[in-house]
Design a protein around this ligand. Structure first.
Ligand code: HEM
Length: 406
């Protein structure tokens, strides 16, 4: 095992999160497994690089059961989710509960179920871009496009009415503020309560009048006793969380990366058939969940030849899975024509992102529309002045704004 010699890494998260890639590369060079301390003082093991990340994400001795870890450890990093009320969803449990909860939501992410959503995504994309085009001067592509598009898609998926979607987006923005402590605790409590009420009403409407959609499926399962009310509410909450900031980052960070490499933007504008492949390259180059996905060792496990003791947290770093020189040629180069792109931006193993197909669909529509309508898009600020939003600092990495000239 490598006990890191890099001071910046001794506390995981306390590094230059605006551009963590040089540090990540340096640490990976020293080995795939490192002991670190989390910002809350807990001891953890960091796993880096493609092969080691894959091994960790496949390991049955590494658990996602947040409640069990909380009971054992008192306070573990809860991946941005506010508290235990929302802690029983597929991403925070192990089999057999994971299998049961994932199976209930899976039908909503098939090609057939997503097909009707496609037209709505195209329509929303067009409307948001019309709105941006009508404005004078530079526009913020995050606030005006990359954030509202995924939020409205997840709203549609859950069957939340348009009017209600805006209120829901506001409450989530309050809860998921980029700076810990920026929102007074009572405001967070009100936001959390409003989300519970809004999602609860939705479930009750579906219980009264069943529908063939995601919430309808889950409500039917609740009636049949296959899912508890807490699991149902946690699942809906997690879907909203998982479904919007990540996709916002794919679009926002992706556009920013392309505009910092204008020849890549031009290549795509000239040949939009490259868009699906470019999306994979952007996911590899700048994963929306770059820093950490968390696990908890329920027994002694060995990853990449290193023993990790039972009872510690394990941080799997997905950014280095996408930029591992052992896996990719020129890993730090952005190249939208890269023929086959291997990354772990959607995770791996049983918790592989359930929304990956939807995220790719949204990104394809978003990038295709942007390239067609604004082929000469350019940054309105120097790329060094872009402002990043790190959420709680350990999981997500996205732009807080992206000023561009259309
Ligand atoms: C799981 C990334 C979009 C729903 C995950 C995981 C990652 C991820 C890395 C695994 C986490 C872990 O193993 O600890 C992303 C990225 C996205 C995206 C990069 C966009 C570019 C979405 C969307 C949805 C969604 C749009 C749904 C609307 C989920 C769900 C899980 C998950 C339900 C849990 C799966 C399970 O535990 O079995 N995602 N995600 N994601 N994601 Fe996504």
């Amino acid at each position: 095992m490598t006990r890191t010699q890099i001071p910046a890494l001794r506390r995981w998260g306390d590094y230059d999160r605006d551009n963590p890639y040089p540090l990540f590369a340096e640490v990976l060079e020293q080995g795939p497994v490192h002991e670190v301390t989390l910002t809350d003082g807990h001891r953890a093991f960091l796993v880096m690089g493609y092969d080691a990340a894959r091994e960790a994400l496949n390991h049955p001795g590494l658990s996602k059961d947040m409640e069990a870890a909380l009971d054992a450890e008192g306070a573990v990093v809860a991946e941005g989710l506010p508290g235990r009320d929302f802690a029983r969803h597929m991403l925070s449990v192990d089999p057999p509960d994971h299998t049961r909860l994932r199976r209930l939501a899976t039908p909503s992410f098939t090609r057939t179920r997503l097909a009707p959503l496609e037209a709505r995504i195209v329509e929303t994309t067009g409307a948001l871009l019309d709105d941006l085009e009508a404005r004078e001067g530079p526009v913020d592509l995050v606030a005006g496009f990359a954030l509202p598009l995924p939020f409205s898609v997840i709203g549609e998926l859950l069957g939340v009415e348009r009017r209600e979607q805006e209120r829901l987006a506001g409450w989530f923005a309050t809860l998921m503020t980029p700076y810990p402590g920026a929102v007074p605790p009572d405001e967070a409590v009100v936001a959390s309560g409003s989300i519970v009420d809004c999602l609860g009403d939705l479930v009750d409407r579906r219980l009264a009048r069943p529908t063939d959609d995601l919430v309808g499926d889950l409500a039917r399962a609740a009636k049949a006793g296959t899912i508890t009310r807490k699991e149902l509410m946690s699942s809906l909450f997690q879907l909203v969380v998982a479904g919007h900031h990540t996709t916002t980052s794919l679009i926002g960070n992706g556009v920013a990366a392309l505009l910092q490499h204008p020849e890549q933007w031009e290549t795509l504008a000239a040949d939009p058939a490259l868009v699906p492949q470019a999306i994979e390259e952007l996911l590899r180059y700048d994963a929306p969940v770059p820093h950490s996905t968390f696990r908890y060792a329920t027994s002694n496990v060995t990853i990449a030849g290193t023993e990790i003791p039972a009872g510690v947290q394990v941080v799997v770093n997905l950014a280095t899975a996408g930029r591992d020189p052992a896996r990719h040629d020129d890993p730090h180069e952005l190249d939208v024509t890269r023929p086959s792109v291997d990354h772990m931006a959607f995770g791996h193993g049983i918790h592989h992102c359930l929304g990956a197909r939807l995220a790719r669909l949204e990104a394809r529509i978003a990038f295709t529309a942007l390239l067609a309508r604004f082929p000469h898009l350019r940054l309105a600020v120097d790329h060094r002045d872009l402002r990043w939003d790190h959420g709680d600092g350990l999981v997500l990495r996205g732009l807080s704004e992206l000023p561009v000239h259309l």
